[in-house]
Design a binder for this molecule. Structure first.
Ligand SMILES: [Zn+2]
Length: 470
């Protein structure tokens, strides 16, 4: 037998959910990491025979899994918790709306919100998120995510050239937002692809993709331009569709046919195209979705918070079983926490009679998310050659034992802020449930100061029902 090779870090004594092609689980398992990458994962004895390392993390029997991917998270929502309740689409009546909040943010506010989101995500086991072109200053988000050590993909802000349809959802499209990012094709075509330079650093944790806002706000020309650029650069084209059922119906009316039939005819579907929400799927749209390999991102909180199930039960659990790639997203965490999506998908799939197995939810959070983000070659599983984006859960929490059915345990009970140790790109960015790269309390304090500042500039008051002395 040859002597073991040297690596930089070994995680041992873990219950390793690999998410490899066989969905192998190793307990006790180990993971060897060298530089940014995983060099081995398997039974502990096998890894120990081949690899040695000066640094070891003893998982104490806890679950280790590939970092979750939040395939849709608007960082701008992270700091407005407490100022808005209810349906995000409402607005324009009494006081400022969520769209007014967005329009008010400075780069410093976006940086504070992104840092807050990042530390929150790490504790929930999320190591990568997709910021879908809703930050005015992507550099500010990049600075925050790099400081915390979270992987992120960014896009140019608010690419839309026809916002007429959005008039029906004033909470998402205010005059203030239209003023800041006017619907203008020339502006969009000029900005399109502006974040893709980030992909030149193949070893980095900040990436770029193409996002069009969507929901009927992109002309056919803009859609074609976005898809052509995504094809050319090997990235994902990301867009909202079907958040609002009335808007979906209006799009059908405009195009004279179901949306995915029109999009297929335009030639803008493919496995590098990701649509977010997908709350309406007609029978005639199933074939274009499946045959082109388009990815769907389900945001179960957004779906549930508008009682969508009463009008249109989601078909995404069913679509996953038909072979579609389905990922999960937080959307806006105004009334939730980043990290709730898996549990909510698990619960809400039962409500529509398509109960997802924990294993299916796990696939959505890892492999599905990686593909929806355009990163399935590098993240989403614990396998040799992939980036070391790894979460080790706590071994000492009541809800995280005793690993008899570790996948179900993780998705059904241990899904919350239960991460102990988190690696992104081979670096330990959380240890003992605390970020290692930033002062967590300073991040939280900066985010709270930013939130209060935005609220003051907007003149908005907390909406609580009971008297609050401040
Ligand atoms: Zn969204």
């Amino acid at each position: 037998m040859s002597a073991p090779d040297q690596c930089d870090l070994i995680i041992r004594n873990a219950c390793v959910l690999t998410m490899d092609a066989k969905r192998s689980i190793h307990a006790p398992g180990a993971i060897a990491i060298k530089g940014h990458a995983i060099v081995a994962a398997g039974p502990e004895a096998t890894v120990a025979a081949a690899w040695t390392s000066p640094r070891t993390v003893d998982a104490d029997g806890a679950v280790a899994h590939p970092g979750f991917v939040d395939a849709h998270l608007h960082v701008n929502a992270q700091t407005c918790r407490g100022y808005f309740r209810g349906d995000a689409s409402k607005g324009g009546g009494a006081g400022p709306s969520y769209a007014d909040w967005k329009a008010m943010l400075s780069g410093d506010d976006e940086q504070a919100a992104a840092a807050l989101a990042s530390v929150e995500m790490l504790r929930h086991g999320i190591t990568t998120f997709v910021e879908p072109g809703s930050a005015f200053e992507p550099d500010a988000v990049a600075a925050a995510t790099q400081a915390v050590g979270v992987r992120c993909t960014l896009a140019d802000p608010y690419l839309w050239d026809d916002t007429e349809m959005m008039r029906t959802i004033p909470g998402l499209m205010s005059p203030s937002l239209a003023k800041r990012v006017p619907p203008d094709r020339a502006r969009c075509l000029k900005l399109l692809g502006g974040q893709l330079y980030r992909n030149r650093d193949k070893d980095g944790i900040t990436h770029g993709h193409i996002a069009l806002y969507g929901e009927g706000t992109a002309s056919d020309e803009l859609l074609r331009a976005g898809k052509a650029l995504a094809d050319r650069d090997g990235v994902v084209l990301n867009s909202h569709i079907g958040y609002d059922l009335d808007l979906a119906a209006a799009m059908e009316q405009r195009w004279g046919k179901p949306r995915f039939v029109h999009l297929a005819e335009l030639g803008v579907l493919g496995r590098n195209v990701t649509f977010v929400h997908m709350n309406l799927i007609r029978d005639s749209e199933i074939d274009p979705i499946l045959s082109t390999g388009v990815n769907s991102v389900w945001c179960p909180f957004a779906y549930a918070s508008r009682s969508t199930v009463l009008r249109q039960p989601t078909r995404l659990p069913e679509m996953k079983r038909m072979g579609a790639t389905v990922a999960l997203g937080t959307d806006s965490a105004r009334q939730s926490s980043a990290g709730d999506a898996g549990f909510l998908a698990f619960v809400m799939s039962a409500e529509v009679g398509q109960t997802l197995a924990a294993e299916e939810v796990m696939e959505m959070l890892t492999l599905g998310g990686a593909r929806a983000a355009g990163m399935d070659a590098t993240i989403g599983s614990i396998e040799k050659g992939k980036r070391a984006d790894i979460v080790v859960r706590s071994s000492r929490l009541a809800e995280l034992g005793p690993n008899i059915d570790p996948v179900h345990q993780l998705i059904a009970a241990g899904h919350g802020a239960t991460a102990d140790t988190v690696l992104v790109n081979g670096r330990i960015v959380m240890r003992g449930g605390r970020p290692t790269q930033v002062d967590e309390q300073a991040v939280i304090a900066a985010a709270h100061a930013s939130a209060k500042g935005v609220a003051r500039r907007l003149g908005i008051k907390p909406p609580g029902m009971w008297p609050l002395a401040m």
